[in-house]
Design a protein around this ligand. Structure first.
Ligand code: ZN
Length: 251
């Protein structure tokens, strides 16, 4: 039993074989949470939710922050309710690419944070090269927070944990040069750790470079379990239960 707590099934990469991708995941015992990251994604995500019974989170990713306006924001709020969304996100800050400006990202982040609190939904956070601002904005948040696809080190993990946040590891943690991330994983308590694929991106070893899909969460979970000296079965079970608890799902 495993939980891929973060995948993007609405993306075009899956448009020809989503049935197969979902079937493979379900057959291998992988439960999924799909993340819709832009106004273009949301409707498809809602359809995926009803067709495959895959819970969904909706948000403006930092890259898509620039698409936030009155119209898309009210669509966002309506869909969160009507689709019974399990979370808000991914939102946050990406100071690596600046596909949306810093200002646009901050505005979108803060607005989504307010909505999450209003609706009492957990927040999925994307944070890249933006640790200080991410933490400052999240400091007084009142809903559960996960730092998705964690790519910082021990210090940042400590600070996030002090605030009670969950930390989620993607396929990146399996890469040879990711020692810093693996070191940080060592200090994350058992009940705060999640795993994810971020499909279609970031396929773990030995699939690096290929299109990623939810079944691959197994490679990430097993590598982490071994690295952390944990029983593999128990680790998978624990991360599964953490995901269910975090997103308040009963399954
Ligand atoms: Zn993502």
């Amino acid at each position: 039993m495993l939980f891929d707590t973060h995948c993007h099934l609405a993306m075009d990469d899956f448009k020809n074989d989503l049935d197969d991708v979902v079937l493979r995941a379900k057959k291998s015992g992988v439960f999924m949470l799909n993340v819709g990251t832009s106004p273009e994604d949301w409707q498809k995500s809602v359809e995926i939710k009803s067709k495959y019974e895959i819970p969904t989170a909706l948000g403006f990713s930092p890259h898509d922050a620039k698409s936030l306006n009155e119209e898309t924001f009210s669509l966002f709020k309506n869909l969160l309710k009507s689709a019974n969304s399990s979370g808000v996100g991914e939102t946050g800050l990406d100071y690596h690419y600046f596909i949306s400006s810093k200002e646009e990202q901050k505005v979108a982040f803060e607005k989504q944070l307010e909505v999450a609190e209003e609706m009492n939904l957990p927040l999925i956070i994307h944070s890249r090269d933006s640790f200080d601002d991410t933490l400052t904005i999240l400091k007084s948040v009142k809903v559960p927070v996960v730092i998705h696809c964690f790519t910082y080190g021990i210090y940042e993990a400590e600070e996030f944990l002090k605030n009670g946040f969950y930390i989620s590891f993607s396929g990146i943690v399996t890469f040879k040069n990711a020692e810093k991330i693996r070191e940080a994983a060592k200090i994350v308590p058992d009940d705060k750790i999640l795993v994810e694929t971020d499909s279609p991106y970031l396929a773990p070893l030995p699939f690096r470079g290929k299109r990623c899909e939810p079944t691959f969460v197994k490679e990430t979970a097993l590598l982490l379990a071994r690295y952390l000296n944990k029983n593999e079965t128990l680790f998978c079970k624990q991360t599964f239960q953490n995901g269910i608890k975090f997103f308040n799902l009963t399954k």
